[in-house]
Design a protein around this ligand. Structure first.
Ligand SMILES: [Zn+2]
Length: 327
């Protein structure tokens, strides 16, 4: 069973050894944060039941959580959206379900999936193969984050806090962020904040996709969108200047905007750094499913080839399931 605990919804799948998805669950994350762990347990139990119907049993759990995650210890150090502090998520799930359990930060799980999807270390555009697979993954959804491979390894930092990309400052003296600072990338670029800023300025639409649809005809939507793209481009410029990744993959719900996002983003990004060749920026082929696929990959297949085929197989099934039952 693989689980993606998001700020908006908990998504989970039961899959078998061949990678076939038997059941998918998508439930709203409770507003009463104390209920999140209980709901998580209930979701896993339901999927365990779905496996039992097919004559299978739960063998492994992979869970992606927002916040600072010590993957080695299976502990969520701090997840502000869920009010979790030093939660021994791995140990508690092992106690309850009695199976091997892996826990990872959601953005890093997503990067793991993107890396696997592309074939792992075998890909990349660095000269002579250098920097091969050093991708940077930027999921833009309810929040904005980043995870990146440096030298072929997923970077974690000294306190598991590498990749807090959403809290890079994009606008000096800008609007207030939940982190206590001002002008963070996330304030302008997250799907939730695009909607909130549009509505605060008098806009009437009810969702970010609706805003994306009208940017050519609604000046307010255009302004909010341009500010979102600007902040993201500034963040990417800082990231590329420091890390020099071979490519940038934009994921999460906002990546579904496709060329509407990528074309102005590439233009702004190129204006920010004119002195060097820039890595390509593309939208995730896994759409908003990267983290869930990554959660399934936490119990790492033996080879890059196996990881790649599992990532692609899961991605295709999740896309089909979404088409069959649109959100
Ligand atoms: Zn911030």
């Amino acid at each position: 069973v693989a689980v993606d605990i998001g700020g908006t919804s908990i998504k989970a799948i039961a899959l078998d050894r061949s990678g076939r998805v038997h059941r998918r669950i998508d439930v709203a994350t409770p507003l009463a944060r104390a209920g999140v762990f209980d709901l998580l347990g209930g979701v896993i139990e339901e999927l365990q039941g779905a496996l039992a119907v097919n004559g299978s049993r739960l063998a492994r759990l992979g869970v992606a959580s927002p916040g600072l995650v010590d993957a080695g210890a299976g502990v969520v150090r701090f997840a502000s959206n869920l009010d979790w502090r030093d939660l021994e998520l791995g140990r508690r799930l092992v106690e309850r379900f009695g199976v091997e359990t892996a826990v990872e930060n959601d953005a890093r799980a997503g990067a793991l999936a993107e890396h696997a999807w592309a074939g792992g270390a075998g890909t990349g555009t660095g000269p002579g193969g250098r920097g091969a697979g050093d991708l940077a993954f930027i999921p833009v959804g309810t929040g904005v984050s980043a995870a990146f491979y440096v030298g072929g390894d997923l970077a974690r930092g000294a306190s598991d806090a590498a990749g807090e990309f959403g809290h890079l400052r994009a606008v000096a003296g800008g609007e207030a962020c939940t982190c206590g600072n001002r002008g963070c990338v996330e304030v302008y670029t997250s799907a939730a904040n695009i909607l909130a800023r549009y509505r605060r300025a008098g806009g009437q639409l009810a969702s970010t996709p609706e805003i994306v649809d009208v940017i050519d005809t609604d000046p307010l939507a255009r302004r909010v969108w341009d500010e979102a793209v600007d902040a993201l481009a500034l963040g990417l410029a800082a990231l590329v200047t420091l890390l020099d990744p071979s490519r940038i993959v934009i994921g999460g719900g906002l990546s579904l905007a496709g060329a509407t996002l990528l074309e102005p983003l590439r233009r702004r990004f190129a204006q920010e750094i004119s002195w060097r060749a820039l890595p390509p920026i593309h939208a995730s082929a896994l759409g908003s499913h990267s983290t869930l696929v990554g959660a399934a990959l936490l119990h790492r297949p033996a080879t890059d080839g196996e990881a790649q085929s599992l990532a692609r197989h899961l991605g295709a099934q999740l896309r089909d399931l979404e088409r069959a039952t649109p959100a």
